[in-house]
Design a protein around this ligand. Sequence first.
Ligand SMILES: *Cc1c(COP(=O)(O)O)cnc(C)c1O
Length: 357
Amino acid sequence: MKFEIHPTASPTSDKDRTAKLADPGFGRVFTDHMAIVRYNQAKGWHDARVESRANFPLDPALAVLHYAQEIFEGLKAYKRDDGGVNLFRPDANARRFRSSADRMAMAQLPEAVFIEAVEQLVRIDRAWIPGGEGSLYLRPFMIASEVFLGVKPSAEYIFAVIASPVGSYFKGGPAPVSIWVSENYTRAAVGGTGAVKCGGNYAASLRAQAEAIEHGCDQVVFLDAVERRYVEELGGMNIFFVFEDGSLSTPPLGTILPGITRDSIIQLAKDAGKQVREEAYTIEQWRADAASGKLKEAFACGTAAVISPIGKVRSGSGDFLINGGAAGPVAMGLRKQLVDIQYGRTNDPHDWIVKVF
Ligand SMILES: *Cc1c(COP(=O)(O)O)cnc(C)c1O
């Protein structure tokens, strides 16, 4: 699909952009452009453009505003030391986006169009990619854009990609996070949308996340919806456990989001000869293994923060520490390995990197 490129008539000045890039934080600073592709049943996917970032006209009866047919992705562009730019496994995001669309009864965007939209936006907004440990966070998303209040899959969609420069998620290395075990709320049940990257999952997780904050924790961890025992994942990150025999385990796919970071960590750990089990693990076992010393580390993972060590677990039945509350060597080693691949500082044995420049 050919994108029409319409550079903005009023780009941010070099001075203003430099000021914004000095301390971008997360998700509040945006680049000058967006990529956009439209869908309707008559024309299919059409009108692919890169243009000035601007408001969408929102009819109050737009389907997404009422029935939440919305999906998204998250990936990053990384600046290499030689000045070039890497994407990390964009094909995996494109594939997941298609399967999310399928589950939400939305039109499926061809993977090549997804990747082209991302690459075009990175090309035109290249000057917005921070150096050092920063990156350009890319947010592809799709909304149901038919103007109709009937409950049915929308006949029209807007796919767009926006971009936001982000600093290093953790200044001075990742600090261990504390997590709150949600006993009142669950995230996903079998047959539901747990494996889909849809905004609705996040809406439903915010009350539990607020409860985590009220209990002095950084993040919430959800248990399975049936037995309320098996650890599933955090609000927006997958989870791994590291044992004294050197093996790792992570909850199996099904009701959790199939994270690309999760998949990459499984591969890197296996490359290093470690045993990795995708298996159910209960909160009781977690507590017992932390107490006995069988469990050495736990960490959360996702595109935004890469790997966050988990230092403390808090629940209605008491707290426990992991690795004395400190970051452990396995989490930190895997983190460095992954980050080095993303920034092109090391070889890329699985061909995960796509060079945009
Ligand atoms: C996006 C997401 C993740 C992490 O996925 P990555 O592909 O590794 O960024 C984990 N859990 C949820 C609920 C998510 O939405």
